[in-house]
Design a protein around this ligand. Structure first.
Ligand SMILES: [Zn+2]
Length: 553
């Protein structure tokens, strides 16, 4: 820091004798130096990920880095007016030292969930995290720089001049930020939106963002009264009389679109394994939204697409709660972005990690193969009627190539970067189709595992949350406003597999179901169909929306 401050003052000799001179800097100089130190010393993971996501393009990494650096400067100058500057700088240095230790040394992302964990963690659990290495790291990279901040002098100015400089500084920083951002806005906005792991590794922004999102969530959830739903739910005579526990595995799919699903007539064999099994395919299924955050809570809700909104969704119980009311166990296993606020009350939530199957997570992110081992281990232990929700990562873009292991790359050459500009449309589609084919493999393997065991009476339901644009009309990815969304984003694959034991116990006529499957269906059917599949009797279940309703004997 001393090297960065050139304006050492010569007035350090006092009446009491010689004392080392305290360098004097302007407020902006201090903010720039502290933020530069944070960007350089506390952001290894951030730079590493940026380097990978921009494929080593120095110009893009530099523009991105400058924009994020300016965010850090802005935090300091916005909240660091006059006497607040030094405490703010010390706070950010200490916070970044703590979070960078977890991020860079242990690979722990400090996000909303992590803040939530920290708030709920007991002292007994957290004390194991405070090690000698941790304390040394905080001392060298947090406390010493913070002490240096208090040691240097900030050049005194009058209040008015300070105010004027402050406004000018904020404007300048914003201008540099905007210039850097718009030097390649397309690439940067795509990374900010689709590669949340890059910004999630930015210190101290990620932790501050996580804390404020957590506070916002808590404030919002505080005044929400969740209205009960289907409290009259109970098991019907079929499931009660079933000789073994009934298990429905509900694959909540991700970004799979109907057009690229082999079972729906796609020219490529993207679903060879499901085609070889006796599944019921619904070729004309439509999603509720074009993003996970809309579609997942919407399909869990008994509200139809016309009546659904985020707010109305969180204000009442959903499918998971009604299953619970009927004394059915609910499990939610997640390899995606969580249950979207749907399962917390009723389900036992399990976040899949590399610990579940290191081989399935060898590329740094877990493919959906991570579910298979835990499933095989759980099946023999099930003793109660259960719905297991499996929230897949499916075909989540833009890094489609990370959704399947290299040996599952059938359609080549496949785009192996998240930077679409570096791939041809064919390469992007190849990678996407490989991810669909891998989803086919995961569901088929699950069906085989279920068919081979004798502990439960199994059924499988698969439905994608929304589709994807793969360059049609220049559009990529998803989340287009629904009213202008192309069919590729709203037409989704959906299948059912009912084991012979299930068909018998639950008296379902599969040929009837297969002819019914040709009709137009939507995510509005999910709530009623799953309740029907589990033979749950309740006044909130509408027979007309239960797809198997008219095929049950
Ligand atoms: Zn999604």
């Amino acid at each position: 820091m001393q090297n960065l401050t050139q304006t050492a003052q010569e007035t350090a000799t006092t009446r009491r004798g010689f004392r080392p001179s305290r360098p004097e800097v302007s407020a902006l100089g201090l903010a720039l130096a502290v933020s530069l130190f944070i960007m350089a010393a506390h952001n290894f993971t951030f730079w590493h990920r940026a380097w990978i996501v921009f494929d080593g393009n120095l110009r893009q990494v530099a523009g991105w880095g400058i924009a994020v650096w300016m965010l850090t400067v802005l935090m300091l100058v916005l909240f660091g007016f006059r006497w607040f500057l030094k405490p703010m700088a010390a706070f950010l240095l200490l916070l970044s030292a703590v979070t960078s230790y977890y991020m860079d040394s242990l690979g722990i992302v400090i996000d909303r969930e992590m803040i939530q964990n920290a708030m709920l963690t007991t002292m007994t659990e957290s004390k194991h995290l405070i090690t000698v290495n941790f304390l040394t790291h905080i001392l060298i990279w947090g406390l010493l720089p913070a002490a240096a901040v208090f040691w240097v002098k900030v050049r005194p100015t009058t209040f008015l001049s300070n105010l004027w400089r402050w406004a000018l500084t904020v404007t300048m920083v914003l201008a540099v930020f905007a210039t850097a951002l718009f030097s390649d806005f397309k690439a940067y906005s795509a990374v900010a939106r689709e590669r949340k792991d890059v910004l999630a590794s930015y210190q101290p922004g990620a932790a501050i963002g996580g804390a404020s999102r957590y506070a916002k969530m808590m404030l919002k959830a505080k005044d929400v009264v969740v209205a009960p739903l289907g409290t009259d739910a109970r098991k019907g005579p079929l499931i009660t009389a079933a000789p073994k526990p009934v298990l429905t595995v509900f694959f909540v799919g991700e970004t799979a679109r109907a057009q690229n699903f082999g079972l729906n007539g796609y020219a490529r064999p993207t679903t060879p394994q499901l085609a070889a099994r006796d599944v019921v395919n619904f070729p004309d299924a439509t999603s509720c939204g074009t993003s996970t955050a809309v579609s997942v809570p919407c399909m869990m809700s008994n509200l139809t697409r016309d009546g659904y909104s985020y707010d109305s969704g969180i204000r009442q119980e959903n499918l998971t709660d009604v299953l619970r009311h009927a004394d059915i166990d609910v499990l939610w296993w997640d390899n995606n972005t969580g249950d979207q606020g749907t399962a917390g009350r009723a389900a036992d939530i399990r976040r899949m990690t590399a610990a579940d199957d290191p081989a399935a997570c060898a590329q740094g992110e877990c493919t959906d193969a991570v579910f298979l081992k835990p499933l095989a281990e759980t099946l023999p232990k099930l003793t109660r009627d259960t719905v297991l929700f499996i929230h897949m990562i499916g075909s989540h873009g833009p890094a489609y190539y990370l959704r399947y292991p290299p040996e599952a790359e059938v359609f080549t050459p496949a785009c192996r970067t998240a930077e679409f500009a570096d791939c041809t449309t064919d390469e992007i589609i190849n990678a996407y189709d490989n991810s669909i084919r891998f989803t086919d493999q995961i569901i088929a393997q699950t069906i085989d595992t279920l068919a081979a065991q004798s502990n439960v009476i199994p059924a499988v339901f698969f439905l994608s949350d929304h589709g994807e644009s793969l360059g049609e009309d220049g559009l990529y990815l998803h989340a287009a406003p629904y009213f202008i969304a192309p069919e590729t984003q709203t037409h989704v694959p959906m299948i059912m597999w009912l084991s012979p034991a299930y068909q018998q116990a639950m008296k379902v006529d599969q040929s009837c179901l297969k002819s019914r499957a040709k009709e137009t269906v939507t995510q509005d059917n999910v709530f009623h169909t799953i309740l029907g599949m589990m033979n749950v009797l309740t006044t909130v279940r509408q027979d007309s929306l239960d797809l198997a309703g008219s095929c049950r004997g």
